[in-house]
Design a protein around this ligand. Structure first.
Ligand SMILES: [Zn+2]
Ligand SMILES: [Zn+2]
Length: 602
């Protein structure tokens, strides 16, 4: 396959630029690699602009970058466009691409560019943000655009694309500015990948946790309560409580102690921790008796106070504290999104205080913990080790030891990982956990973070073997990240068909008539004793209607009780997960339920 760009001194430059500079390098082919897709998609944004310009000659264009979901271009035209226009623009794009125009590049001075685009206030606004004295222009057919590239050599390579969404976007992202039109699109190097991606979008819409959460009555948001503040309904709270109970056991087994810090702490503490200076704009504050308090955005400080409550010797370490810590963070209103981005959430947060020589074994244990949880939920996951950034605290030796400890832990578990050079926090290296869901989407969940900074700021110490005093290392770790976000992801991952062990309700009981209510209640009580949950559908409605309502709740087991069942103590089961129907004796059935809900242990 012919190359579309080259990698020169670690920089991707297109063939036009390579020729201009007379340089060579490793070739980037036309494929679905991230480097290649970035060029294809950005070139597609230009093709879209060219098509819009042909259809609406008065159109003015702002910026057209590639983003996680593909590419977009912001522009201004005199009429308002809708979904139907996407097809029209797409058709125009295809016919323009068929002309197989070369994409050429030339440079002009900033003054020349300002003269060239003198009538185009959007391009002038773009140029305001460019610090250099020259700019490059890319040209295909009679369409020219100001751009730094890189671009494909030819429009004939733009074949497998789709415009996906039309929206409004404020100029420069500032709500004080005028609203432009934004069209999103996606492009690939082959037809199959495009098809698979579009199918994924359809699936994602069907699985939207806001939609399923509403159907299954898991959670809700209310305007009068406030944006980004989730309200857990009984079904969602049951699911969440199952997850909490499983995790509680899992933490205790691994030697963690439950602790709990207050929700608000004096601002002076947030100054000591550095949150006040570095994280203050994301925090909420209040005043009590003329003293300023900060609502906690993280649980670290509370756990530090637990550590400080006792003297510790080297033999006591590691100390592991965990808390389902409720935190508040100010997120921009526009960024809020169902359970994925909220202003109040609960982290499965823990802090491990250990000696430097214990870092590796502690990390190994946490990574194993992550593996248990993620594989139970059938997530594939990858890990990324982030190393020392330019601005960092702590000496090089400690950074080296701890970064190496993170890598060793991964190697000893035979876990593949990537390296994000310089991506660590200023106070220590970290591991990020990225999971892939049932339809191939990636989510960033938990992190494991080494910290040399907070123990020092709070002057934490332990007595060493030689009776010296040393600061412990602090490991911050959250595995799910937050219950809110993780349950949102689980909902989409399973499309609401939760496995038995976390489903809000394990058994839906449908008594046929009044005479069978007694037996329904009897069974319900037995289910609760087993640790399972139930819902009885005994409303004054037809049997069929009640069965349909029960099915909508996606409960794994549905049982129908009539005369025969009551007389013989048998259960007629509809197993929603295996799609089977069968009869079991009551004791067999209860045994089966018990086995199913206990089969998972993190
Ligand atoms: Zn461009
Ligand atoms: Zn922390």
């Amino acid at each position: 396959m012919e190359p579309i760009a080259i990698k020169h001194n670690d920089e991707i430059i297109d063939l036009q630029t390579a020729k201009e500079l007379g340089v060579t390098g490793e070739e980037i082919g036309y494929d679905n690699s991230p480097e290649s897709l970035d060029i294809i998609r950005h070139s597609c944004a230009h093709l879209m602009a060219q098509a819009i310009k042909e259809l609406h000659p008065e159109a003015l264009f702002y910026v057209g970058p590639t983003v996680k979901e593909g590419f977009y271009y912001d522009f201004k035209i005199n009429e308002s466009l809708g979904e139907a226009d996407l097809k029209v623009i797409e058709k125009k794009m295809l016919s323009l691409a068929k002309k197989k125009d070369e994409i050429t590049k030339y440079e002009i001075t900033m003054d020349e560019a300002k003269a060239k685009f003198a009538d185009d206030y959007l391009k002038l606004a773009v140029m305001e943000r460019i610090p250099s004295n020259t700019v490059s222009i890319y040209k295909q057919g009679n369409f020219e655009d100001l751009c730094r590239g890189p671009h494909l050599p030819n429009t004939k390579m733009l074949r497998f694309f789709k415009l996906t969404k039309i929206a409004g976007a404020y100029l420069g992202g500032d709500s004080k500015n005028e609203m432009l039109t934004r069209i999103y699109g996606i492009a690939f190097a082959d037809k199959e990948s495009l098809k698979a991606h579009l199918e994924m979008i359809v699936q994602a819409e069907k699985r939207d946790h806001r939609k399923i959460g509403n159907e299954m009555k898991l959670f809700t948001f209310r305007e009068e309560v406030g944006a980004g503040l989730p309200i857990w309904l009984p079904n969602g709270a049951r699911l969440r409580s199952r997850l909490e109970q499983l995790l509680y056991k899992a933490h205790r087994k691994r030697g963690y102690e439950p602790v709990r810090g207050p929700e608000i702490l004096k601002s002076s503490l947030w100054q000591t921790s550095g949150h006040y200076q570095n994280y203050g704009e994301n925090m909420y504050f209040t005043e009590i008796d003329e003293q300023e308090y900060g609502v906690k955005p993280m649980n670290c400080v509370g756990h530090i106070k637990v550590y400080e409550d006792d003297l510790h010797s080297y033999r006591d370490l590691p100390l592991k504290y965990f808390e389902y810590g409720v935190v508040h963070r100010h997120e921009m209103a526009g960024a809020l999104h169902g359970l994925f981005r909220v202003r109040e959430f609960t982290q499965d947060d823990a802090h491990i205080f250990c000696r430097p020589d214990q870092i590796e074994e502690q990390i190994i244990e946490v990574v194993d913990f992550v593996d248990k949880i993620m594989s139970t939920f059938e997530f594939n996951y990858t890990m990324m080790v982030s190393t020392k950034p330019e601005k960092a605290v702590g000496n090089d030796e400690v950074w080296d030891i701890s970064t190496q400890a993170l890598k060793n832990a991964m190697d000893k578990n035979n876990l593949p990982y990537g390296i994000d050079e310089g991506g660590g926090a200023f106070y220590g290296p970290k591991i990020d956990i990225k999971i892939t869901d049932a339809i191939g989407r990636e989510w960033q969940c938990g992190t494991i973070q080494l910290d040399f900074n907070l123990p020092e700021r709070f002057e934490l110490e332990y007595n060493t073997e030689d009776n010296d005093k040393l600061a412990p290392v602090m490991i911050h770790r959250a595995i799910l990240g937050s219950f809110e976000r993780f349950i949102g992801i689980l909902t989409e991952h399973y499309a609401g068909e939760f496995p038995m062990f976390i489903a809000p309700t394990q058994v839906a009981i449908v008594p046929i008539a009044e005479a069978h209510h007694e037996y329904a209640k009897e069974l319900a009580a037995k289910l609760i004793d087993l640790g399972a949950d139930f819902a009885i559908y005994d409303k004054n409605e037809s049997l069929n209607k009640r069965i349909r309502t029960a099915e909508k709740a996606r409960t794994p087991m549905l049982i129908i009780l009539g005369d025969e069942e009551v007389a013989n103590k048998t259960i007629a089961v509809r197993d929603r997960r295996t799609r089977e129907q069968y009869n079991k004796s009551e004791s067999e059935f209860l045994e089966y339920i018990q086995q199913k809900i206990n089969e998972v242990n993190f």
